[in-house]
Design a protein around this ligand. Structure first.
Ligand code: PMP
Length: 428
């Protein structure tokens, strides 16, 4: 960490709460002060003092082509020269909707919003309006943004009423959210057996990226689909992170399970503030102005954001992209695990497409939040800071996934593995 970043962080705290506009940036979990960045290109970010880092955060996922890919910046510049916002319909919005529906066949209609939080909040309101029910089921360790009904954790027993995880969330909201263990199909069956007729929706990250990286185990998503079908509840896949990241068609393509609604964000906006939710036409048609469920946005479908997102989706549609991402990601995780094994440091990893998780753990089959919580956090924090000093930028938390871009070269990956070897040696 540089003196300039430390000075800026002190200055930031004068007029920005906690010095940041989103808590995950603040290095709370790992300690120290966040790095202030100035520019980025390809796999690299450069901080305010000119130090370069190989970046595996990628703006928390969106920059899958690498930073400032020419196809994207060209599209953005061309649109900025025409207009930045109309608040009226555009051709670009149709092209975006058509592209999303083509890439994710479970989506028949889609509405653009401005963040992942808006996408999940809107999808849940729509599911409640469509079913006329109130209860929402979600899973421990999954994050779906900061809407009230989602900032809830499990009560004392599996099926007891939820309790708010943040002051400001009313008990009256919490009582309609049930939180279950991820990757535990029995808990889901028990919940639906008891509450099924009142469950409006179940929301899940099909590949969880907010408790490190934890893919659904085989059969889990199928169980969710069966339970929702049997009770007439809406199945929502939150693919804000996994969408266009683990496969072109998202996690739902890899698993072969179709949700009723899907939420998107991150990559779909190409680095601009964008989210989206879509799915079955009969459900989506419940939205205003056609239907009774209200949802709106002054800047929704913003043309600059649509131009950026469309440019990314077009690049990702080229053949071989996800094979490349998978190869690069496995080279990185296998390389780091080999360095750890040589030093007798227990580590394991999870991976899907261009998304990965590294665990300082004896366990090699990490599938639940509890297992993630048992990992050696102190060791992760020391590893994080060691890598940062080496010029490698991993997510500043043991509970975040890592991301690979198409711009990362073999040389970048080998340099990262070599740095990991040096840092791991200091952790023995
Ligand atoms: N859902 C998932 C799966 C996410 O990973 C995130 C953000 N990391 C969100 C929703 C919320 O998105 P946003 O931060 O854009 O509001």
């Amino acid at each position: 960490m540089t003196q300039t970043s430390a000075d800026l962080f002190a200055r930031a705290q004068e007029h920005i709460p906690g010095g940041v506009n989103s808590p995950a940036r603040a290095f709370k979990g790992v300690g120290g002060t966040p790095v202030f960045f100035d520019r980025a290109a390809g796999a690299y970010m450069t901080d305010i003092d000119g130090k370069q880092y190989i970046d595996y955060v990628l703006s928390w996922g969106p920059m899958i082509l690498g930073h400032n890919a020419k196809a994207v910046t060209d599209a953005v510049h061309a649109q900025v020269d025409k207009a930045m916002s109309f608040g009226a319909p555009t051709l670009l919005e149709i092209e975006m909707a058509e592209k999303v529906c083509e890439l994710m066949p479970s989506i028949e209609k889609v509405r653009m919003v401005n963040s992942g939080t808006e996408a999940t909040m809107s999808a849940i309101r729509l599911a409640r309006g469509f079913t006329g029910r109130d209860i929402l089921v979600k899973f421990e360790g999954c994050y779906h943004g900061h809407a009230d009904s989602l900032l809830i954790k499990a009560g004392s027993g599996a099926l007891t009423l939820g309790v708010p995880t943040s002051p400001g969330v009313p008990e009256s909201v919490a009582k309609n959210t049930v939180t279950l263990e991820y990757n535990n199909p029995e808990a889901v069956r028990a919940c639906f057996a008891e509450l099924g007729a009142d469950i409006a929706a179940l929301i899940v990250e099909p590949v969880a990226g907010n408790m490190n990286c934890v893919p659904a185990v085989p059969g889990f998503l199928e169980t969710l689909r069966e339970c929702c079908d049997a009770s007439g509840s809406v199945l929502i896949f939150d693919e804000v992170m996994s969408g266009f990241r683990v496969a072109l068609g998202g996690a739902q393509a890899n698993y072969g399970v179709q949700p009723d609604l899907t939420t998107l964000g991150k990559i779909v906006g190409g680095g601009m503030p964008v989210g989206a939710f879509g799915g079955r036409a009969d459900i989506m048609d419940f939205l205003a102005p056609q239907g009774p469920v209200y949802q709106a946005g002054t800047l929704s479908g913003n043309p600059v954001a649509m131009a950026a997102g469309l440019a990314v989706l077009t690049e990702l549609s080229r053949p071989g992209v996800y094979e490349q991402l998978t190869t690069k990601t496995l080279a990185l995780t296998h390389g780091i695990l080999a360095e750890a094994a040589a030093l007798d440091i227990p580590m394991s990893s999870n991976q899907m497409g261009g998304m990965f998780g590294l665990f300082f753990s004896e366990e090699s089959d990490i599938a639940t939040f509890e297992q993630v919580s048992r990992c050696n956090i102190e060791r992760f924090n020391a590893f994080f800071h060691g890598m940062l000093a080496e010029g490698i930028y991993f997510a500043p938390s043991a509970y975040e996934a890592g991301f690979m871009s198409l711009a990362h070269t073999d040389a970048d990956i080998n340099a990262t593995i070599a740095a990991a070897g040096r840092v791991l040696k200091t952790l023995k």
